[in-house]
Design a protein around this ligand. Structure first.
Ligand SMILES: [Zn+2]
Length: 265
């Protein structure tokens, strides 16, 4: 089987590259590596230069809005123009993080969405406790024709049809394997069309419970658990169970969706 990771952060220091190579040997062929701030965009680009299956995404994450340098938007434009394969991400809105400033986040997101439209790039969107303001922007602003990913989808099922009509894809992650998130997991049974589902790890973030791990990694220096890139294989298996299809079909369909969203020109 061949798998495609729709959203991860291989550039983070706590994730050794040997783990990425191990995942490749086990079938995790493609990965969309998301930058989060100007400081890590060169690292994301270096991973793409090291192996073109480490697809790059450049974007300013809502958590990094307060610390962004004044020239971040010009710099982002340069990274995207010089890397035609790049997606725009990780961007979005987050009202869970401490001391968030939603108006500043909205301004940053809208500037990046406009850039994605201008350059014809897909977008990877993070949304935590901010679905209403996000919908306001998605209804008002021009959206990229290529579509956009609702990474680790976290919203109400009622919004799925509208988001699909606006070009959304939805990724299944370890977030959906938590017992208290069963209502989100159930959306992947039939409410979300199969042709709009991707799978992701968010590695090294979103480490699943031990029973959902293909491999484990040592904890980060701050003690937090690290998600191994190969755990995508388990997410694929769990999506297959949720959907009532075989793991082979789940892998083939999500790979096809990944290529349509991120690779098709
Ligand atoms: Zn992420």
């Amino acid at each position: 089987m061949e798998f495609a990771d729709a959203h991860c952060h291989y550039q983070f220091a706590e994730l050794p590259y040997s783990a990425v190579e191990q995942a490749r040997r086990e079938g995790v062929t493609w990965a969309m590596v998301n930058g989060s701030a100007p400081a890590d965009w060169p690292d994301v680009l270096a991973l793409f230069q090291r192996d073109p299956r480490n697809l790059p995404a450049f974007g300013l994450h809502p958590w990094d809005v307060p610390s962004a340098p004044p020239d971040w938007l010009e710099s982002l434009h340069r990274f995207l123009v010089s890397t035609p394969e790049a997606t725009l991400g990780e961007v979005g809105l987050d009202q869970w993080v401490k001391d968030h400033h939603i108006v500043a986040q909205e301004k940053v997101l809208r500037a990046q969405l406009a850039m994605a439209v201008e350059l014809g790039r897909p977008v990877s969107i993070h949304c935590v406790k901010a679905i209403e303001p996000l919908l306001g922007i998605l209804r008002r602003d021009a959206l990229p024709k290529r579509g956009f990913l609702m990474h680790s989808w976290n919203g109400p099922v009622e919004l799925v049809p509208e988001l699909v009509s606006r070009g959304a894809y939805f990724s299944f992650s370890a977030h959906h394997l938590q017992p208290r998130k069963i209502h989100l997991r159930q959306q992947f049974t039939s409410a979300i069309p199969l042709e709009r589902i991707l799978i992701e790890t968010d590695a090294p973030a979103l480490c699943p419970a031990p029973e959902f791990r293909q491999h484990s990694l040592p904890p980060a220096p701050d003690g937090s658990e690290c998600n191994h890139p190969s755990n995508l294989i388990i997410n694929n298996r769990e999506l297959a169970i949720t959907r009532g299809i075989s793991p082979e079909v789940a892998a083939a369909e999500t790979l096809k969706n990944f290529k349509r969203l991120f690779l098709h020109r």
